[in-house]
Design a protein around this ligand. Structure first.
Ligand code: C2E
Ligand code: CA
Ligand code: CA
Length: 763
């Protein structure tokens, strides 16, 4: 069962932990994913803004070129010189090519004539034929646009003439197009501008202009300048882009849109940089989270484990008896119910056995509760040692155990188990220095024979136990329907006894007690009598225990006490002895009741004697002692009845101030048979005498007994030999008629003869 609950504890832990791990892993993954994504995004946007900056710097450079060209292309001299069908090459060389080269570093130039033909070219190093048709082809588009711009700048006036409207001065730049081209593997900035007159002109016809194209190499110096403006590092040109993801580039395109190369630089990647800085921190954080999660997981696992085990413990405690460790009553009935769910048959049935420790209360009271607990533990262990695997032993109350046997192969099989249990208790139980002999009474009921309902089986086992105890302890009974009849009969009887008490239908028989020395009746013992209307006289040996069991004893005892006190007035010289059961004596108002009764009937307390058996000391020593002392103080006499019959402990005699010691009838009846009985009897009489108690011998049936007892100093005699218990009228007659007779009998010579015989026998 423990393993099961621990397993379920593990399941609970997993149910919490697995989703927790999933959430943590997901959260960490999300954070990392988000970081990487945002670093990429920010890198991308950084690169794109660097590209924009670079583009801007290039545009700026080209724009600057266009402005620098203005002085040359918006110039009447240049205009007229370039309009001339035959170009003045030296003039162009020095005033345009060389001048722009010297002034602005435009190391190359081409002049496209009005007829759209390359008409002049300049190279700082005097290289020839660099103005290849391919280059022209590349530039063709830009040149065309410049020419178109120029043409469209002439607006028709109302007079039909054309006025040139472009304003170089305010715009600060020529009518130009610019861009990049590659010449022999070198990238050049170029600006193509229309050559125009300095002042606004009016023309009759619109004619295309000559176009001057200036080139400036994108060399180290130029790149350094651009890099400075755009704030980029390691800017350089390449014709094949790098694979390195840390390198960003822009594509350089010719005016026709052909890729002519790339500008590369070490990209500024703030996202990656941030990721680089944050990743270690994040890793530490993630590790911390993982550590924490593991810690929490472990804690959770431990806690749930503890919870489960304490739950299991609580369940175990709830289902078990703490003293013996055996299952308790509720667990037993649950197990029984479960067992009875299985099909039951004569050869494969179940048995319920109630097991009761005989006289356990006495052990508890004489040796103390600790010893009682030891006995319970020892008995529990011995029971467990013999029950088969398919059996369960439970402790269901103080001294009661219950056994469940399943898969029973008939009553013989169960009886075999029961005999083994009895065998276990043949060995005494050692407690400290005492050896205790314990016996068990057992009552069994079997399914399906006696029923298949757990309540019914338990009830029947209880009836069987009752039967076992009733027939003498230390044995077992199997339930039999007649037992039930017996129980029902008992029930009926107790109701009838109740009625008899209520209706004053009981009677009292008085048995005289004779003083051994004075030979006269000094006391009478009141004995309850019940004559059942149908059955006839019923023995007190049956109805007194019945009254004890059903709680009627208090009323019955009180009835006897009152009747005896009432009758006592008829025999003013006699002490009336009344039997009081332990239950009655323990009643908190018992002494008050006695007092009330004495007052009600004006009886001097000294004329009442209360007889108790030693069972009265089975518990509550202190209150018993108090009640007893109060009775004594009142003057009521107290007698210890049936002395020597039970667990007689001499210590009672020392601790409680009895007036009278009534020796049990068994000692008297055994007198003739054993030397031992003689020895014990004389000891008891001497003991009583030593303690200052009056000794009474009861059950005297023979003269031999009476002779022996009086010789040994016993004070009072009671028994059939003197008189049977008598009704009040008969008692009166007996006292009157036979008082003298008794005296005579006691003095009779036959007694002396008997004594002589007894002595010879002893010798
Ligand atoms: P007990 O107190 O020991 O009473 C003596 C019993 O011995 C009486 O039995 C009496 O009839 C019987 N007896 C007297 N002399 C002889 C004899 O020579 N030989 C034999 N064989 N027996 C003799 P009884 O009246 O049947 O009472 C049985 C028990 O019932 C009493 O034992 C007493 O314990 C109980 N009892 C009787 N009346 C009352 C009562 O009013 N209250 C209580 N609590 N118990 C009572
Ligand atoms: Ca008695
Ligand atoms: Ca007695």
């Amino acid at each position: 069962m423990k393993a099961v609950t621990e397993g379920s504890g593990g399941r609970i832990a997993n149910a919490i932990i697995i989703p927790m791990i999933a959430v943590v892993v997901l959260a960490v993954a999300c954070v990392f994913g988000l970081m990487i994504w945002s670093s990429h995004t920010s890198d991308k946007s950084a690169v794109s803004s660097q590209q924009t900056l670079l583009d801007g710097a290039i545009t700026l450079k080209l724009d600057q070129m266009a402005r620098q060209q203005v002085g040359t292309v918006v110039w009447d001299q240049a205009y007229f010189k370039s309009a001339n069908p035959v170009l003045n090459q030296p003039w162009l060389f020095s005033n345009v090519g060389r001048w722009l080269d010297d002034t602005y570093g435009f190391s190359r130039a081409i002049l496209i004539s009005r007829e759209s033909k390359p008409a002049f070219s300049y190279d700082a190093n005097l290289v020839r034929n660099w103005d290849s048709p391919e280059l022209m082809n590349q530039l063709e588009h830009s040149v065309a646009r410049v020419r178109a711009k120029y043409i469209t700048s002439f607006k028709r006036t109302p007079s039909g003439l054309f006025r040139f409207t472009a304003d170089h001065q305010t715009e600060g730049r020529a009518l130009s197009e610019n861009g990049l081209v590659a010449i022999d593997g070198q990238i050049y900035f170029f600006s193509a501008a229309a050559i125009t007159q300095e002042v606004h002109t009016i023309a009759a016809v619109r004619r295309p202009p000559a176009v001057l194209i200036s080139f400036q190499p994108m060399n180290e110096e130029a790149l350094a300048k651009i890099a400075r403006i755009s704030g980029l590092s390691q800017l350089h040109y390449t014709n094949a882009p790098s694979d390195d993801s840390a390198i960003a580039n822009i594509v350089l395109k010719s005016p026709k849109g052909n890729t002519i190369g790339y500008l590369e630089w070490r990209a500024n990647r703030p996202g990656t940089e941030m990721l680089g800085q944050v990743t270690p921190v994040l890793l530490i954080l993630a590790l911390a989270i993982v550590g924490l999660t593991i810690g929490v997981m472990d804690f959770t696992r431990q806690t749930t484990k503890k919870l489960a085990s304490s739950q299991a413990e609580a369940i175990h405690t709830a289902r078990h008896d703490s003293l013996s460790g055996l299952p308790n009553r509720s667990q037993f009935s649950q197990l029984l119910q479960e067992a009875l769910k299985l099909p039951q048959s004569e050869t494969d049935g179940s048995a319920v056995v109630y097991i009761d420790l005989d006289r356990f209360k006495d052990i508890n009271d004489t040796l103390g509760h600790a010893a009682g607990d030891e006995v319970i533990r020892a008995v529990a262990a011995r029971l467990q040692a013999v029950i088969p695997d398919n059996g369960v032993i439970a402790r269901i109350s103080g001294d009661e155990f219950a056994m469940l046997l399943t898969h029973c192969d008939g009553q013989d099989w169960v009886e075999h188990i029961l005999s083994r249990i009895q065998d276990q208790l043949v060995r005494p139980i050692r407690i400290e220095n005492n050896e205790l002999f314990v016996s068990l009474s057992m009552g069994a009921a079997m399914a399906p024979r006696d029923g298949i309902d757990s309540g019914e089986l338990l009830r029947k086992a209880d009836i069987a136990l009752y039967d076992a105890k009733g027939n003498g302890r230390g044995r077992w009974s199997f339930f039999d329907p007649s037992m039930q009849e017996h129980v029902l009969a008992q029930d009926k009887m107790s109701r009838e006894l109740r009625r008899a008490i209520d209706e004053d239908a009981l009677e009292i028989a008085y048995q005289p007690q004779c003083d051994a020395k004075a030979n006269r009746i000094v006391a009478i013992e009141a004995l309850a009598r019940w004559t059942h209307p149908d059955i006839g006289p019923i023995s007190p040996a049956s109805f007194i225990p019945l009254a004890e069991d059903t709680g009627l004893i208090n009323d019955l005892g009180l009835w006897v006490l009152r009747r005896a006190c009432r009758d006592a007035h008829r025999w003013p010289d006699l002490v009336v002895s009344v039997n009081v059961s332990p239950t009655q004596f323990k009643h908190p108002r018992f002494v008050e009741k006695v007092l009330e009764t004495l007052e009600d009937f004006h009886l001097p307390p000294g004329r009442l004697e209360i007889e108790v058996t030693e069972n009265v000391f089975a518990s509550q020593h202190k209150t018993i002692l108090t009640s007893m002392k109060r009775l004594k103080d009142l003057g009521v006499k107290v007698a210890l009845d049936d002395f020597g019959s039970g667990y007689s402990s001499l210590s009672y005699l020392r601790r409680f101030p009895f007036d009278t010691l009534k020796i049990d009838r068994d000692f008297i009846s055994n007198l003739d048979q054993s030397q031992e009985a003689l020895a014990i009897l004389t000891t008891i009489i001497h003991l009583g005498k030593a303690l200052g108690m009056t000794t009474v011998a009861e059950g005297i049936e023979t003269r031999e007994q009476i002779a022996f007892l009086s010789e040994n100093g016993c004070n009072r005699m009671q028994g059939y030999l003197i008189s049977r218990p008598l009704g009040d009228a008969a008692l009166e007659a007996f006292l009157e008629d036979h008082a003298m007779d008794i005296a005579m009998k006691l003095a009779d010579k036959t007694v002396a003869n008997a004594m002589g015989e007894l002595r010879t026998a002893k010798a």
